[in-house]
Write a protein of this length. Structure first.
Length: 306
């Protein structure tokens, strides 16, 4: 479900951002607004980012081989990390530079009403993209909050699109404010201030994404809820008495590695133990479908020596 939902949200964002980028560039060429230029570069960066996310999903589908025996699922994390870097360098740094430049060397806007019209259209298109991302994220979010979803999700695309769309909507409002204040006051410095604010906003979002994607790329384990369900599924109270220790790690958004040592009751023959291990694996996969790669080591629970 995460891959399907992520792809639908990405395609919605890709279409919206491509159309918005063309409209914004047209508005910049007509008005000369630095806020419009910053937002144009932002939309180009976002459009490129959606392409990178789709490329990451495609590359993650490659079959496991001798060099990568656990497959290529982490490609989705890698390309999401690249997206955060692109957003920071291309979107944030350019907007900050352009904003400072326009504050130091303000230029009058021509036909600002056109910029306002284009920004309002862009807000409508971006709202559609944001609505799609929210709709596709709800089944994965569950009862938790949105910030918790962004921090704890093991599927990178939806948090990336959500934060990008949030930044885009707020950035459009800032651009609209910069152009509007320039029209009201007659001072083009406000356009530069709006541009600078857009750059700072994009920088904050990019840093959040970099931190989250770097953590996923290194390798995150099961969530607290998943860990509890795995532990409960491993123990049947008959052949398997307890979990001695367990380690988990996501190999990709939809595939988790589970390695555990379990305590088996003494006195059973090898056939009974093997059947108990097979049963435990089946229970874990039912409890947590993402737990596809499972290695269980049976052992006897020994008393702790003082």
């Amino acid at each position: 479900m995460s891959a399907h939902g992520g792809k639908k949200a990405i395609l919605a964002a890709l279409g919206a951002n491509a159309g918005i980028a063309v409209a914004k560039f047209t508005g910049f060429l007509i008005t000369g607004s630095s806020s419009m230029l910053a937002e144009s570069v932002h939309s180009v960066a976002d459009t490129s980012n959606q392409g990178l996310l789709l490329l990451g999903q495609k590359r993650s589908e490659r079959e496991a081989d001798q060099l990568h025996p656990f497959g290529y699922g982490r490609n989705r994390y890698f390309y999401s990390f690249v997206v955060a870097l692109v957003l920071f360098t291309l979107g944030s740094m350019f907007a900050i530079y352009e904003g400072i430049h326009k504050i130091q060397h303000p230029e009058d806007l021509s036909s600002p009403i056109i910029a306002v019209a284009i920004l309002l259209i862009a807000i409508a298109l971006e709202a559609f993209s944001f609505h799609t991302a929210v709709k596709e994220s709800r089944p994965l979010k569950g009862d938790g909050g949105w910030w918790s979803f962004i921090r704890n999700s093991r599927s990178p695309e939806l948090p990336v699109v959500l934060l990008e769309d949030t930044g885009a909507l707020v950035g459009l409002v800032l651009a609209l404010g910069g152009v509007g204040l320039t029209m009201v006051t007659g001072s083009p410095v406000w356009d530069g201030i709006g541009t600078l604010c857009i750059g700072v906003l994009l920088g904050i979002i990019a840093v959040i994404l970099i931190i989250e994607m770097q953590s996923l790329l290194i390798g995150e384990g099961a969530t607290a809820d998943e860990d509890a369900r795995i532990r409960a599924a491993l123990v049947d109270g008959e052949q398997i008495d307890s979990v001695i220790h367990i380690k988990t790690q996501y190999l990709g958004p939809d595939e988790m590695l589970v390695a555990a040592k379990v305590a088996v009751a003494s006195g059973h023959d090898i056939g009974t133990v093997a059947a108990a291990i097979d049963g435990a694996e089946a229970r874990v996969r039912k409890a947590v479908p993402a737990a596809r790669v499972i290695y269980l080591e049976p052992d006897l629970l020994r008393p702790v020596t003082q």
